[in-house]
Design a protein around this ligand. Sequence first.
Ligand code: ADA
Length: 883
Amino acid sequence: MKQIFFVISLVVCSVLSAQVKIENKQVSSRTKFGEQRLNATITQLKLNTVKHSIVLSKQPTGKKEGFTIETKNNRTTIIGNDESGILYGCLAFADELKKTKKFPGTYSFSDAPEMVLRGACIGVQKPYYLPGRTVYEYPYTPETFPWFYDKKLWIQYLDSMVANRMNSLYLWNGHPFASLVKLKDYPYAVEVDDATFKKNEEIYRFLTTEADKRGIWVIQMFYNIIVSKPFAEHHKIKTQERERPIIPLISDYTRKSIAAFVEKYPNVGLMVCLGEAMEGVGKDDIEWFTQTIIPGVKDGLKALNKTEEPPIVLRAHDTDAPAVMRASLPLYKNLYTEAKFNGEALTYARPRGSWAELHQTLSRLGSVQIENVHILANLEPFRYGSPDFIQQSVIGMHEVMGGNGLHLYPQASYWDWPYSADSVKGKRLLQIERDWIWYSAWSRYAWKAKRNREEEIVYWSKQLASKFGCSEADGRRILTAYEESGEIAPKLLRRFGITDGNRQTLTLGMLMTQLINPFRYGLFTLLYDAEAPEGEMILDYADKQQKGIKHIGETPPQVAKEVVVHGNNAVTSIMEVSRRITKNKEEFNRIVNDMYCYKAMADHFSSKVQAAVQLLKYKYSGNIADLELAVPMLEKSVNDYKELAALTADTYLYANSMQTQQRKIPMRGSNATFKHWTEMVPVFETELKTFKYKIDSLKNRSNVKAQERKSLQQVDVKLNHVPVVLNEGAVLFSDTSFRIKQLAPELKGLKAVELSFSRQLRQPTEINFYTDKPVKILVGYFKTQRAAFTTDTVFAKAPELETNASADDYGQAEIKISNAIAIEGMPPVNIHSYSFKAGSHTLKLPKGVCLVLGFVDGTQIIPVYDAMLMGDAKNRNIDWLFE
Ligand code: ADA
């Protein structure tokens, strides 16, 4: 067996500090780094090195990154299975020395990681869009990302990664190439000035070199298809356009960008998102990946005369990843897949249903499946550090999903890297410092998932004791606070939420109509079907209660009760130790405040959910007393919320780091509005007031329900299509006889556009029109059951921010009128509206059947409500009680 030896002789200086010489000059920078780290520990511990020698060697066998340490006769041998193994062996031996404070007499230890890729990511992105640009478009510049050029910060970050044995760092950006490479054929595509370009080259080289030393692959992520702004302007095209077919010019530009990038940075991997800027789940994805991206990488390798393939990670986001992989594996070997573990949240350790099946399918392809803990939309911004929940999740990743890699997002404030949302006088806190426990817990379990719970409690208690200068018993109490609070946000979102996506900020609370009529807000059903244990939504629970049907699994009242207990336990545990803290007191106090925030949030949700369950009885009983009983519960929830607002008023800058119009729940958050609890207090107060007022009006028998609904005002636009006047009996398709049975009053008399059913099945719908004033186009999407990914394209997919961040570019993401049309033999229809300015435009809709129901004046407000046509009987609408 081939063994390569590097002898490290420890030469003693008079003060017993060790000095290391490497005799083999060929030794890699990674080995050198390991040896330096070990040597630094020996020096720091002032160990007597006279008689002890250490030999590092490589034996290319066994598991990747594994190592063995043997000590006998005053000699320690560290054998790595590869360069990373040597590095990790050195670090493990240094840890051992730190524990015992002397060289061991005899010692033997072997280890290797379970997950092959253990990565963290950083968004080279912002909470807002840059002027004149759209989602994900952020050139690398010092003005936008000062931290990107801060070498000290990079070293701190990379050091923390290697301490956690992480081996991959993902940089997320829409189109990074035009900041990093220049192309002979497209010199005008570069989007940064020369000085910045040089800085980018320098910092990118620095980062990749420093990462490599620490055993870390840098992997550059990019979305498709996005071109640079100057390239787009030059060719008079858009930078990104979901409905645009692949065109040779863009393919050539992208292929050359990738080739140039691979040639320049051969040690950087690529992570590919075949979306959101291309039609998801279609043939284009396969063509783009196999005919543009992979050839681009191969061109780069050819230019280098290299055959070793850099890793390419394919995201299973907005694409049919299994199909893309099957087509690509014959062409490229070093492929990985990646998919979101719990959407953009943390909810449940053992996902179920079609989402779990997708992961399992990917895992069975034979390549490595990486589990992505994506943006933590339900954890932002409070501290989260439940080792227990995290350990269970990693076990679930292996056992349920078949995953063998971790891709970890920052715990909070992803869009605001490197800072956390804490408001601290005079400075911003760094995420890597504040959220150390988040990173160390995930990486610990990514290295090895199944560890004895009792031993884990001791391990984390010691870590916390040393962090805050307290006894191990008090460390245990802090751990309890973390673990109790760590149950709250996952349980709340999975039982009451609208979506697992960052469209919702859980910690800001939810409107009552969102709790009692989630469908109206575009319920993302996978949250309940896959990312939660079996259980019931509030609506189902109330219905079963009325009908005396047996409840199954986790119920709303159960969670409402449990979260309160978790909140109380967290606060009690943390307060027990508060006077005995001797280190990092300020940070400790911030943890205390966070525990109170969790408690207030849990109390608020709990009372509000109880109110919801109570007032839903009214649907069945029509008894005003059922509403009145809910009032004190709702009052309590508002008071709890005020407590939360008071706790956060001076301690947090915001709840959610994404501050664009993509945020919808609880309130639309465009231009950084509704990002703080203090802004939500009046909303919840008004909600309560309205509810009380409606109860009073009901009692006085005034007609509160009958809000008069009028038709919307039709606007005539120029277009080349046959109009269909909307009414009962109207036929909307030229080639079928489906007739409208019922429709919402707003739609009556509007001129819809006659479309061909069979044509929509084959291709996307495009409607060219001219308007001399702003218009809103009403588009009807059929309600269908959503699976994890689907190749069933009968019905067009409604705009969905979870998989397409530009799904709101025309204001179309939100459902305006739900269940607005009933057509015999077809699912109910939800209405979305697309806004256009005066001028000539093309309305582009995805492939699949949908309806274009009319053009209305752009200034008209389209009511947001549920028309309940073809709705289930249990869904009698009582939203009007709150609005
Ligand atoms: C959604 C989300 C984005 C981003 C994206 C992705 O569109 O709204 O913020 O996270 O998913 O890339 O997964």
